[in-house]
Design a protein around this ligand. Structure first.
Ligand code: NDP
Length: 234
């Protein structure tokens, strides 16, 4: 059955691959952007996840055009890496506000309609770094680890209403976020990843569409790694 899907930050990178995967299987897909517009063929809505009013307006727009959001993919995220000693409180809070509080804002806004429909899927895009840690990433790791608590608490709150909440934790994926890494850092990563390569955004999208499917109805509160074995055991 086609669903209405909203992917935050779906204008590029992993979010775009996720949006395309849902589009391919016939769902009604909306993506958010912050002014860049929507990629060809996708329904776009402007939204800044750090602003609750912007989130509310974006959801209302999508609901009017495509119907209530049944599948929410909280994907929008940023990094602002630096060592703990140098990290300002503002740097810490800005990353947490986007990655963690932003996910809370969209999940909260989506939940009322999911409750009414007695069906819903929430998928939070975390990172292997959330549970593995990363030097220079105290802010990012904290925000991504926090998503696990969010998904698990939502699972306990809304589990009886056919609403699932899961986390997908990608490892290193070929996107603009990893393009900026120095070659030496990339070589280090390849050595650490059992699969010996970066993943494609489509490999993340495959896990997300599975979690949104009827076949995944009994999977909730899970953390699904898509990391080539990098974070095993976490
Ligand atoms: P990109 O940097 O390519 O894209 C980030 C997306 O988030 C963009 O669409 C951007 O919008 C959006 N965004 C950022 N801030 C906000 C905001 N305040 N409000 C709304 N949208 C916002 O990232 P990736 O595709 O690489 O990453 C997507 C997700 O996957 C992120 O959560 C990231 O942390 C996670 N991830 C990525 C990994 C990787 O290797 N690339 C590994 C593990 C996790 P805009 O275009 O307007 O800037």
């Amino acid at each position: 059955m086609p669903r209405t899907v909203l992917v935050t930050g779906g204008n590029r990178g992993i979010g775009l691959a996720i949006a395309r995967a849902f589009e391919k299987q016939g769902d009604r897909v909306a993506i958010t952007h912050r002014g860049s517009g929507a990629p060809e063929g996708l329904f776009g809505v402007q939204c800044d996840v750090t602003d609750a009013a912007s989130v509310d307006a974006a959801f209302s727009f999508v609901e009017n055009e495509l119907g209530p959001v049944e599948v929410l993919v909280a994907n929008a995220g940023i990094t602002d890496d630096t060592l703990l000693l140098r990290m300002s409180e503002e740097q810490f809070e800005r990353v947490v506000d986007t990655n963690l509080t932003g996910a809370f804002r969209v999940a909260k806004r989506a939940s009322a309609k999911m409750l009414r429909a007695k069906w819903g899927r929430m998928i939070f895009i975390s990172s292997v770094v959330g549970l593995y840690g990363g030097p220079g990433q105290v802010n990012y790791a904290a925000s991504k680890a926090g998503l696990v608590g969010v998904a698990r608490s939502i699972t306990r709150e809304l589990g009886t209403r056919n609403i699932t909440a899961n986390v997908v934790a990608p490892g290193f994926i070929e996107t603009e976020m990893t393009d900026v890494l120095p070659e030496s850092r990339k070589a280090e990563i390849m050595k650490a990843v059992p699969a010996g390569r970066l993943a494609t955004p489509d490999e993340v999208a495959a896990a997300v569409t599975f979690l949104a499917s009827d076949n995944a109805a009994y999977i909730s509160g899970a953390v699904i790694p898509v990391d080539g074995g990098l974070g095993m055991g976490h």
